[in-house]
Design a protein around this ligand. Structure first.
Ligand code: ZN
Length: 272
C-alpha cells in the first residue's frame, strides 16, 4: 500500500489555543499542505482575509466544517437553518474548499420524532442543492456515530448518507470519518457503493475506554480503528484527496499545538 493522501489539519484539533491565522502559519511551518477550517474560526478571522492567507501559504482546503443542523421545532427555525447553510456555501466557495461538510442535526428539543427529523434533514438538503451546484461547492454528508443521534446527527450510517445522495444528485457526496463508521458491518459494501462520491476522508481513533462521546478522540494509532484498512477501501473507489486529521480531545487540546502538529505528522506517516 502506498503513502496516505496529503495531510490536512482540521482546525478543531487545536481549537483551544489557536485561531485560524495561527493554524495557517502552523501548517506552513510544519509542512502540512492542507487545512480544513471550522466556520467559527473562519468568521473570527474574516472570510476574505482567511482566503488570502490560505492562498498565500499555498495550502489547499480539504473542506469547510460545517453546515447542516437542519431539524428545528418550527418552520422559522428550519428556514433559519437553510439560510445559514446558504451562507456556509458562500464561505466554502470563497476559500476554495473541496467540500462543505454537513453535520445534519439531531432531534429538535423535546421531540421524539426521529423519522420527522430525518425528513427535515432531507428537505433542508434539497433546499440548498441548487445553490451549492451553482457555487461549485460539493455538499459532503458526514454520517455520525449513532451515539450522537439525539443531539447532533440523525444521519448515522454511510448507507443512509448514500441513499440521500442518490436523491440529491450531482454535487453531493459523503465525508467519511473513520471514527463514526468503523463499527459498521456494511462499511466495505457501502464504501464500494460510494465510489467517487467520497469527498473527504477524516481520521482519528477510537479509544478504549472512551470517556466522552464527543471530546475523547485519539490520534491515529492510539486506538482500535484499522485506519490503513479503511483507507485501502476508500482508495479502491478512486479517492485521491487529503487525509484530514480531526481530533476533538480535551487531552490533546491541553498540549502545545506545535507538539500536536509534530505528532500528527508522525502518525500520518506511520498509522494512516
Ligand atoms: Zn469528521
Amino acid at each position: 500500500m502506498g503513502a496516505p493522501g496529503p495531510l490536512s489539519l482540521n482546525t478543531v484539533t487545536v481549537r483551544e489555543r489557536w485561531g485560524l491565522a495561527e493554524c495557517i502559519e502552523g501548517c506552513a511551518r510544519h509542512g502540512i499542505p492542507g487545512i480544513s477550517p471550522w466556520r467559527d474560526v473562519l468568521q473570527a478571522m474574516g472570510v476574505e482575509r482567511a482566503g488570502r492567507a490560505i492562498r498565500d501559504a499555498g495550502l489547499s482546503v480539504s473542506g469547510l466544517c460545517r453546515g447542516g443542523m437542519f431539524p428545528a421545532a418550527d418552520a422559522a427555525g428550519r428556514a433559519a437553518a437553510i439560510e445559514d447553510n446558504r451562507r456556509a456555501i458562500g464561505e466554502a466557495q470563497a476559500i476554495g474548499a473541496a467540500c462543505l461538510v454537513m453535520v445534519c442535526g439531531g432531534l429538535p428539543p423535546g421531540s421524539r420524532d426521529i423519522e420527522g427529523a430525518r425528513g427535515m434533514v432531507r428537505d433542508g438538503l434539497h433546499a440548498i442543492m441548487e445553490e451549492a451546484r451553482a457555487a461549485g461547492v460539493t455538499i459532503a454528508l458526514e454520517p455520525l456515530h449513532p451515539m450522537t443521534c439525539a443531539d447532533r446527527s440523525v444521519l448515522s450510517t454511510l448507507g443512509q448518507a448514500l441513499d440521500l445522495c442518490d436523491g440529491l444528485g450531482a454535487g453531493s457526496g459523503v465525508a467519511l470519518d473513520v471514527y463514526h463508521v468503523w463499527w459498521d458491518p456494511a462499511l466495505r459494501e457501502q464504501v464500494a457503493r460510494a465510489g467517487a462520491r467520497i469527498a473527504a476522508f477524516h481520521v482519528c481513533d477510537w479509544l478504549v475506554p472512551t470517556t466522552d462521546t464527543v471530546f475523547d478522540r485519539g490520534l491515529p494509532g492510539e486506538g482500535v480503528i484499522d485506519i490503513p484498512g479503511i483507507r485501502a477501501m476508500v482508495e479502491a473507489g478512486g479517492y485521491r484527496g487529503h487525509t484530514e486529521v480531526e481530533i476533538l480531545s480535551r487531552r490533546w487540546w491541553a498540549a502545545d499545538p506545535d507538539d500536536v502538529l509534530k505528532e500528527i505528522k508522525r502518525r500520518h506517516a506511520t498509522a494512516c
